[in-house]
Structure formats: structure tokens, C-alpha cells
Design a protein around this ligand. Sequence first.
Ligand code: GLP
Length: 261
Amino acid sequence: MELVPLASAEEIASLVADIVELAVTRDPGTVLGLATGSTPLPTYQELIRRHRAGSGPSWDGVTTFNLDEYVGLPPGHEQSYLATIRRELTDDLGIEPARVHGPDAAEAGLPTAGERYEAAIEAAGGVDLQILGIGTNGHLAFNEQGSSLGSPTRIKTLTAQTRLDNARFFGSPDEVPRHVLTQGIGTILRARHLVLIATGAGKAEAVAAAVEGPVSASCPASMLQLHPHATVLVDEAAASRLERLSYYAEVYAAKPGWQAH
Ligand code: GLP
């Protein structure tokens, strides 16, 4: 795992935008895994800014898969994660809606939605680069504490804490759906490169548990320790509980120029 301690969310956004653009430049058919939530927004805004300025790669051949989706929202609801990712990123990059995927939360198909999503990811060749955030309790996508480290895409029940954390996007905590479809930990582990972004003091404890704690279903994000190519980018506040912070900073400062992220 590479731990990259940076000064601010803006620096992280710029570096993650570089990582994403490099992947798309090298392979115009890149399959991107996308996270919602507030954390990746500065990165998405930076990618859009560069695209508008004409300095970015072509996005025409890129396919995307969201990590998760709420169950029980009316069709077309503006807080559905598919609507969110189109509004916050893919529409502005000109990626056709047909290439932008999320788990299908339509009620009639729920029993097979997980299997169908797994098949769609596989048919696209798997996720090349997966952007991740982290929940304040260490959840990854919507894999709450106790999620199997081998889990596939399936339905999950949100904790009261996660519903409270996400209430700012809705009128009240009661309006946050109780159920979701989420890529499993096993699904996420199959992506070729994982890039987790954490900013703000509210994430410091979860980051320390994920990076320096034991690999455990009690901290789903600790599964990153099992992945052969994981990059974790933290700002100063999110890094504040890391015991080996000075070592990570030393490693990053001494990183050989030829070594990519
Ligand atoms: C939700 C999402 C996660 C996200 C997390 C943190 O639970 N399903 O993918 O990482 O929130 O969100 P934020 O980035 O807004 O803190």
C-alpha cells in the first residue's frame, strides 16, 4: 500500500486527476470505478476543469461503474448515485450515459441485481482504476462493519451512523433509504488499482484503523491491506491519527521519479 500524505484536499484532487488521466491516456478504453459522497468532488471538478480547458484526454471510450446505489428512491431521484455521478462528473466529461453504470435498484429485479452487476463489470473487462472514499466508521462503498471480506455485489442495510452522515443530501435522516445495493469487498478487491481519498479530521480514526489496524471485517476499509496495488491519499487532518506518518512522508519524498502511482 502506498500512503501519500498531502497538505490539502486541493493537492489530492490534482494528484488523483493526474492518476486518472494517465490511466485514460494509456488506455482510452479504461474502466473506471467511481465513488460518490463529498470526498471525490474536488477531483471530479478538477477533471472537468481540465477537460473544458482542452488539456485532458479523450473520454469517449471510457466506461464507468459506480460502487453503490440506494434502494427505494423513486426513479430519477436526484440523490440516486447514478443521477449524482452523471451530474457531478460523467455528463461534463461527455461520457455517454450508456457507458455509465450503477447497480440496478428497481424493485422488481432486486433479487438478481447483484449478480447482474457483477456480470456487467466482468463483461467490461473488470475495473482498472477504482476511486474510493471511506465512511467515518471505516465502511467502504456501502459495506458496513461486519461485511464479509469476500462479499460480491448485494443488498445491505445501512447503519444509523451512515444514514446520519448522508442525511445532509436529503431533507432529514428519515429520508435516507435504509437499504442499498453495493459492490462487495470481494468485488472491490478485483479492481486493478485502488485509490482511496480521505480528507478532514472526521476520517482520521477510520484511516488509522484501515491502514495500521488489523485486517478485519470490523473495519471494511482494512481490506486495502490485502490488495497488491492500493494508493491512499490523505490531507493533514485525515492523517492526524497515523502512527507511522513521518515514515510515509519520508517514503513519498524519496519516491523514485520512475515509479508511478
Ligand atoms: C457513502 C458512500 C461511500 C463514501 C462514504 C463517505 O457511504 N457510499 O462510497 O465513501 O459515503 O462519504 P463522504 O465522502 O461524503 O464522506
